[in-house]
Every structure is written in structure tokens, then in C-alpha cells.
Write a protein that binds this ligand. Structure first.
Ligand code: UDP
Length: 479
């Protein structure tokens, strides 16, 4: 029997749970769809070190679970590199940190026992292309966010998209990208609002480097983001500098990590078990979302006035850079709130098993901060949403949920006042989504259920995302 040739594919995630865990899923998907091919792949993960111990427990439990699965996935921890001290935005911090790893990345790739057939890096690690080029390794970006956001930064960084620096929060403008619904300036992602900011410049820098890659994987598919995925497939070539070839795009989403929690029997789930089907509104704001006291009180009043059942993950802000919110103390809630709502409400002041919650039959709606992972998880389980964007690209995601995907009701937030939402506006949005007689609820339910089945089909054998991953595996399998 002829011996199989092994192609080594390397991945470089950044050390942030949302990014790293998603990338590991892509690596696993690649192995799965390659399982019938004659060329075998082995996957190698270059692991940066945590810059903050708080982040490491979620990631290390994940890595342990991965290793227990006995897949041909090998972890290569990189030596510790002191995080940068000077940076002008969180994006710049992550980018600069990876840049400091470049010599170690080069050493690790050079030491590979077999030829490296491809390198897939995080969206903030585009600088690694210099190493890939030097070593003649095909280079790919994994963009763990939306095709729309990717199109937006590619457009704004292109010769056609350039404009005099403005602050989008100060102007009424629409950003028109060929093939896409015009994006109102008030829905611009937070890091892109001010063109003079460090965040904006950082995204423009990466977008220009993406164009040099052989391919870009994106966590979406044609059913979730029809226009943007088509625009990317057509190469949006009129936006490029002459002589540049647009990279191939691989919409491989939804990439969802299901193995995240060992939380069967968790209090939240036990409580949900006692609730009627599709009756509970779930509120959760991601790994960093937290509100000040006045906003917390408005949420409490809105929930109480709506009359609906709810499961509220309530966490509190901290001033520490990069730390994320801390567990909440329930004594900050309006007096008597817990007592008055105890028959129909449950407040959980800590990290919650979100995937298990969204998959529970009692859940009927989701107030989300619009992190892309949360949105994909909600679509996967057919849960309609109320978007409450806070940071990163979430305002753009909220716009898409309401205006393109039609799977969410609109919630009014005052972006000029820290995104403040009044109790009355929240109450109204909840009623539109949860009242049994609401027409909007019926319309949105139909849409979200269609999206649910489209997402599930996409990643099955033969589905649109599966086929893209298979094509990539084929390319990478050539040793
Ligand atoms: N998550 C969770 N429990 C929580 C908060 C978040 O399990 O209490 C998970 C959620 O399921 C999702 C991820 O953390 O997979 C958050 O990713 P997302 O992209 O939505 O937002 P981010 O935290 O990156 O802003």
C-alpha cells in the first residue's frame, strides 16, 4: 500500500478566547472534511502565551479537551514574549504583541519536520505574512467576524474608499460598498467611528495586508450574509490598486464551538427546566459587556414592566484594562426587584453556559451585545434577537440583524450617551419580540427558523461552507 504523504498546516491564533476557540474549530473542520481524501493533513497550532492570567482558564480547559480527542492536532507553545507597553488601542496592542513573536514564529515554522503547506493566522496577525513569504509558505487569514465588516475595511482601505479623515459619529453619511446595503454612519463599528483613531488605522493597516494573502477564511456563509459574501467572491476588484489579485475567500461559517461548557445541571439550566417552551427572554452581553448602575436599573424596570419571563446574566464593569467584567452584586438592583419577579425571572451574576441556554426549549428571545459568536449561536438554535451593541463591530452586526437578516427587532440606543437604553424602549422591544400576538414576532420567527436550517445545512457534508473548507483542505493537502 502506498504510504500517505502528510501535509503540515500551521495555525496562529491570538490569545483571546473568542478568536482562539473559533480558530481551533476551523482546524478541526478542516480535518473532518479531509478525512476521505488520499492526502492526510496534520495540524499544528502555534500558541502565543497569555498576556493576562484571567484569559487562560477558558483557553487552557479548551486545549485540554482538544488534546483528549486524540486528533492529529499538535500544540507548539511559543516562548513567552513580554506584552508591548506602548500602544494606542486594543487592536494595536494585539497586533504589536504578535509582531514581537515574529522571530519565534519563524523559528517554529523553520523547525517543522515536514514541509509546511499552509499557514492560517488570526485577523490581527497579518504581519506574519512577511515570515510566510520568506519561507515560501502559502498564507491565509482567518477573519472570525462578518463578511460585511471584512468588506467594509477592505473598501475603506482601498484607493476608492479613501476619504479625508472624518469622525463618523459627527456626520450623516452612508458608506456605499458595491453590492452591499449602504451602511449608515451611526452603525459604523466602534473602532472605525473616528478615522483618526489608533483602532481605525490599525484595521486599515491589516486590511491592506489581507490583500496580499492567498486566501481569507471568513466566519459566515452566503445565507447569513448574501450580499457581502457575493461581493467578496467577485473580488470587489474595482476597489483594488491596479495589478493586485484579490485573495480567494472561503466563507466557512457558522463556526461554533459546542464543547465549551461542562455545565450540565447548572443553576440557570435547572431554572429553565421549570419554564414553559419559548417563554423566556435571555439577556447576556458577552465576555466584556457590563453596565453602570443607572443602566442596570433601567434594564430591571424594563424587564419588570414587560411582564415577560427572563434569564439575565448581570455582570459589573471593572476599570482594569483587558480584564473583563466581574461578578455582580444583586443588591444594586431596584429595591424588591428580585422578590417581585421571582416567579418569572432569574438573575445570574457570573459567567453563564450560553450555548446550553440558547439551545434550551424554554428560550424565546435573546437580548445580545451582538458579538458575532453570540449571533451565530442564536441563529443556530433559531432564537430571535434584540440587538444591544456595545463595542467592537457590534453596531454593524446589529444593523445587519434588523435590516438585512430580519431576525431581530430594533432597540433604540443613544450612541452619544454610552449607548444608553431607557426602560420604556427596552420594554417595547421586549413586547414586540415576546408578546404572543405580536405580528413582528411571527415575521421574525419565520426568518430565524429559515436561517437556522440554512446554517445547519451549510456545515453538513455537501453544504456551502463544508464545500469551501473541502476546497481549502484540497489546496492545503498538496505537499
Ligand atoms: N459566553 C458564555 N457565557 C457568558 C458570556 C459569553 O458562554 O456568560 C460565550 C458565548 O457563548 C460566546 C462567547 O462567549 O461563544 C462570546 O463571544 P462573542 O463573539 O459573542 O462576544 P465577545 O465576548 O467576543 O465580545
Amino acid at each position: 500500500e502506498q504510504e500517505q504523504e502528510q501535509a503540515c498546516v500551521y495555525f496562529l491564533p491570538v490569545y483571546a478566547p473568542g478568536h482562539l476557540i473559533s480558530m481551533l474549530e476551523v482546524a478541526k473542520g478542516l480535518l473532518q472534511c479531509n478525512s476521505t481524501s488520499s492526502n492526510s493533513l496534520s495540524i499544528h497550532i502555534l500558541l502565543a502565551q497569555p498576556d493576562n492570567p484571567d484569559k487562560s482558564s477558558l483557553i487552557s480547559s479548551h486545549l485540554q479537551a482538544l488534546q483528549a480527542q486524540n486528533l492529529p492536532i499538535h500544540l507548539h507553545p511559543l516562548p513567552f514574549v513580554e506584552p508591548p507597553r506602548q500602544f494606542d488601542s486594543i487592536e494595536d496592542f494585539v497586533t504589536s504583541h504578535i509582531r514581537l513573536y515574529l522571530p519565534h514564529i519563524k523559528a517554529a515554522l523553520s523547525a517543522s519536520p515536514s514541509p509546511v503547506s499552509g499557514l492560517v493566522v488570526d485577523m490581527f496577525a497579518s504581519d506574519v505574512i512577511s515570515v510566510a513569504n520568506e519561507l515560501n509558505i502559502p498564507f491565509y487569514i482567518y477573519f472570525s467576524s462578518t463578511a460585511t465588516f471584512l468588506s467594509l475595511i477592505l473598501h475603506l482601505s482601498s484607493p476608492q474608499g479613501k476619504r479625508d479623515p472624518i469622525d463618523f459619529s459627527e456626520v450623516e453619511e452612508e458608506i456605499c460598498i458595491p453590492g452591499l446595503t449602504p451602511i449608515p454612519s451611526k452603525s459604523m463599528p466602534a473602532p472605525l467611528l473616528d478615522m483618526k483613531s489608533g483602532s481605525y488605522k490599525c484595521f486599515m493597516y491589516h486590511a491592506r495586508r489581507y490583500i496580499e494573502a492567498k486566501g481569507i477564511l471568513v466566519n459566515s456563509n452566503i445565507h447569513i450574509e448574501t450580499n457581502a459574501v457575493e461581493a467578496l467572491a467577485q473580488g470587489v476588484t474595482d476597489q483594488l490598486a491596479p495589478g493586485t489579485k484579490f485573495p480567494d475567500t472561503y466563507p466557512v461559517g457558522p463556526v461554533i464551538s459546542f464543547g465549551k461548557s461542562n455545565m450540565q445541571g447548572h443553576e440557570c439550566l435547572q431554572w429553565l427546566d421549570t419554564q414553559p417552551a419559548k417563554s423566556v427572554l435571555f439577556l447576556c452581553f458577552g465576555s466584556l459587556g457590563a453596565f453602570d448602575m443607572s443602566q442596570v436599573r433601567q434594564i430591571a424596570i424594563g424587564l419588570e414592566q414587560s411582564g415577560h419571563r427572563f434569564l439575565w446574566v448581570l455582570r459589573m464593569p471593572t476599570t482594569e484594562f483587558l480584564r473583563g467584567p466581574v461578578d455582580a452584586s444583586l443588591e444594586f438592583l431596584p429595591e424588591g426587584f428580585i422578590e417581585r419577579t421571582k416567579e418569572r425571572g432569574f438573575v445570574w451574576p457570573s459567567w453563564a453556559p450560553q450555548i446550553d441556554i440558547l439551545s434550551h426549549q424554554a428560550i424565546g428571545g435573546f437580548v445580545t451585545h451582538c458579538g458575532w459568536n453570540s449571533i451565530l449561536e442564536s441563529l443556530w438554535f433559531g432564537v430571535p434577537m434584540i440587538p444591544w451593541p456595545l463595542y467592537a463591530e457590534q453596531h454593524l452586526n446589529a444593523f445587519m440583524l434588523v435590516n438585512e437578516m430580519h431576525v431581530a427587532v430594533k432597540l433604540e440606543a443613544d450612541r452619544k450617551n454610552k449607548g444608553f437604553v431607557s426602560a420604556v424602549d427596552l420594554e417595547q422591544a421586549i413586547k414586540l419580540l415576546m408578546d404572543p400576538g405580536s405580528e413582528e414576532r411571527s415575521r421574525i420567527r419565520v426568518q430565524v427558523e429559515e436561517m437556522m436550517s440554512a446554517c445547519r445545512k451549510a456545515v453538513q457534508r455537501g453544504g456551502v461552507s463544508f464545500v469551501h473548507l473541502q476546497k481549502l483542505a484540497g489546496e492545503l493537502g498538496k505537499v
